[in-house]
Design a protein around this ligand. Structure first.
Ligand SMILES: *Cc1c(COP(=O)(O)O)cnc(C)c1O
Length: 430
C-alpha cells in the first residue's frame, strides 16, 4: 500500500477552512471516489507529494505546463520581472510584447486583451459578441466547458459533469434561457435552431476540439460548417481555445484545421503557470471594448508583468525548441505504448490523441460527443486511475478530463508509463 498519511491529514485540515478542501472542484478526486494528494514540489515531468511519493505527471497543472513544471526560463523571467515591480496598474512593455506574439501566432487575432483566467476570457467574449451584434442568445454544445461563467454553466463538461451537476445552483433560470445547448458534431441541430431563431443569436461558442468531456474530435467539415452558418446568419463564431491554444499547434485548432473564428478565448499555456487568460479577434469587434467602445471590461491585475513575462518566456522557449514538433513525437511514442498495452490485454478501448493531448476511454466504439463519453465504464476508469497512481503515474482523476504531455516527458518516462498503463489496465479490466 502506498503511504499517503500526511496528505490524508492535510485534506482533513483543509476541509475545515476551504469548501470541500479545494479551490477548484475536480482537485477533490470525487469522481474516483477518493482523496487528493498534496504536492510538495514539481519539476519537469515529475511531482513529489508530501508523503515522499514520486509521480510522473500527465495533468500538467491542467494544461499550462507545456514545457514541464518549473522550467528555468520561466522562473528566470518571473524573477527578473519581479525585481522591477510585481504589479503596476499602468501600461508596461510586457503587455505589447505578448499581444504581438499572440497576434502573430493565432490566425483570428488582430487585437487582444489580457485577463486573469480562461473564465474571464470567455465571459467577456460572450458580452462582446452580444454588444457587437445587439443580440442576446448564445449557442453552446453539451459537454463543452467554458469556465464558470453563469450563462455558460449549462450542460458544461468536466468538473460540472464529474459532480453530476451539469447546471449550477445560483444560475438564474431566466439567464439560462438565453443559452441554447446542442449536441456537438450534429449539424442538423444547428440548422434547425438557426432557421427558427437565427436573428436572435449573437454567437456560437465552442471548444473546436472539446477537451473537457474526454477528448473529442470534430467530424470532417464540422468546423467549416460552424463558420458558414454563423456568417450566413450574422452571428459570431467564438473558439474557446483556452485548452487547445498554443498546445495543438502554435496557433491552436484554428491553425491546424484552417478555420478562422471571429473571436478566440485563450488561457492556460499562455500564462506559463501564472494566472492568465486572453481574448482576441477581429479588430472591428475588439474595438467595441471600453475605453473606445461601449462594452465594458476591466481588470486591476490584467497584463500583470510577472504573468506576461512568464507567458512570453514559455512561448519563446517552445519556439526555440521546436516544441510542437517534438511534442508530436513524444505523443506518438506515448500512444504506441498505450495501444500496445491495449493489445496485450486484448481490449479495443477507444484512445484519442492530438499532439500532446490524449484520452483513454473505458469504452469500445466511436466517441463523437459527450453522450458517447457518458457510456464509459466509470468504475473501471476509477480502478485504472488508482492502480496507475499507486505505481507512480498520475493521470487526470476523471474520465471527463484529457491528459497532457510536456516537453519534459523523457523516453524513460514514456516507457515506464506504458508499463504502468499495462499493469493498471490488468487491474481495471480484471
Ligand atoms: C480551463 C478552461 C476554461 C476556464 O479557464 P480558467 O482559467 O480555469 O478559468 C475555459 N475553457 C476551456 C476550454 C478550458 O479548458
Amino acid at each position: 500500500m502506498v503511504d499517503r498519511d500526511l496528505s490524508h491529514k492535510l485534506f482533513k485540515t483543509a476541509k475545515e477552512v476551504i469548501p470541500g478542501g479545494v479551490n477548484s472542484p475536480v482537485r477533490a478526486f470525487k469522481s474516483v471516489d477518493g482523496e487528493p494528494f498534496f504536492v510538495k514540489r514539481a519539476r519537469g515531468s515529475h511531482i513529489w507529494d508530501v508523503d515522499g511519493n514520486e509521480l510522473i505527471d500527465y495533468v500538467g497543472t491542467w494544461g499550462p505546463a507545456i514545457l514541464g513544471h518549473a522550467p528555468s526560463v520561466v522562473i528566470d523571467a518571473v524573477t527578473q520581472a519581479a525585481k522591477e515591480g510585481v504589479s503596476f496598474g499602468i501600461p508596461n512593455l510586457h503587455e505589447i510584447e505578448i499581444a504581438r506574439m499572440i497576434r502573430d501566432m493565432v490566425p483570428s487575432v488582430e487585437k487582444v486583451r489580457m485577463v486573469n483566467s480562461g473564465t474571464e476570457a470567455t465571459m467577456t467574449a460572450i458580452r462582446l459578441a452580444r454588444g457587437f451584434t445587439g443580440r442576446d442568445k448564445i449557442i453552446k454544445f453539451d459537454g463543452c466547458y467554458h469556465g464558470h461563467v453563469d450563462s455558460l454553466l449549462v450542460a458544461a463538461g468536466s468538473g460540472a459533469l464529474t459532480l453530476g451537476k451539469p447546471d449550477s445552483a445560483g444560475v438564474p433560470a431566466d439567464l439560462a434561457t438565453l443559452t441554447i445547448t446542442l449536441p456537438f458534431n450534429r449539424p442538423e441541430a444547428l440548422t434547425e435552431t438557426f432557421e427558427r431563431e437565427g436573428e436572435n443569436i449573437a454567437a456560437i461558442i465552442v471548444e473546436p476540439v472539446p477537451a473537457n468531456a474526454g477528448l473529442v474530435f470534430p467530424k470532417e467539415g464540422y468546423l467549416e460548417f460552424l463558420r458558414e452558418i454563423t456568417k450566413k446568419h450574422g452571428a459570431l463564431l467564438i473558439f474557446d481555445e483556452v485548452m487547445t491554444g498554443f498546445r495543438v499547434a502554435p496557433g491552436g485548432v484554428q491553425e491546424k484545421f484552417g478555420v478562422t473564428p471571429d473571436l478566440t478565448a485563450l488561457g492556460k499555456v499562455i500564462g506559463g503557470g501564472l494566472p492568465v487568460g486572453a481574448f482576441g479577434g477581429r479588430a472591428d469587434i475588439m474595438d467595441y471594448l471600453a475605453p473606445d467602445g461601449p462594452v465594458y471590461q476591466a481588470g486591476t491585475l490584467s497584463g500583470n508583468p510577472l504573468a506576461m513575462a512568464a507567458g512570453i518566456a514559455q512561448l519563446k522557449e517552445m519556439e526555440r525548441q521546436n516544441g510542437w514538433e517534438r511534442l508530436e513525437s513524444i505523443g506518438q511514442a506515448f500512444e504506441d505504448g498505450v495501444r500496445d498495452a491495449l493489445k496485450q490485454v486484448g481490449r479495443d478501448l477507444t484512445f484519442h490523441r492530438i499532439g500532446s493531448m490524449f484520452c483513454l476511454f473505458f469504452r469500445e466504439g466511436e466517441i463523437e460527443n459527450v453522450d458517447d463519453v457518458k457510456k464509459c465504464d466509470f468504475e473501471a476508469f476509477g480502478k485504472f486511475f488508482w492502480a496507475a497512481l499507486d505505481r507512480g503515474v498520475y493521470f487526470a482523476p476523471s474520465q471527463y478530463e484529457a491528459g497532457f504531455i510536456s516537453l519534459s516527458h523523457a523516453a524513460e518516462d514514456v516507457e515506464k508509463s506504458a508499463e504502468v498503463t499495462l499493469e493498471a489496465l490488468k487491474v481495471a479490466l480484471a
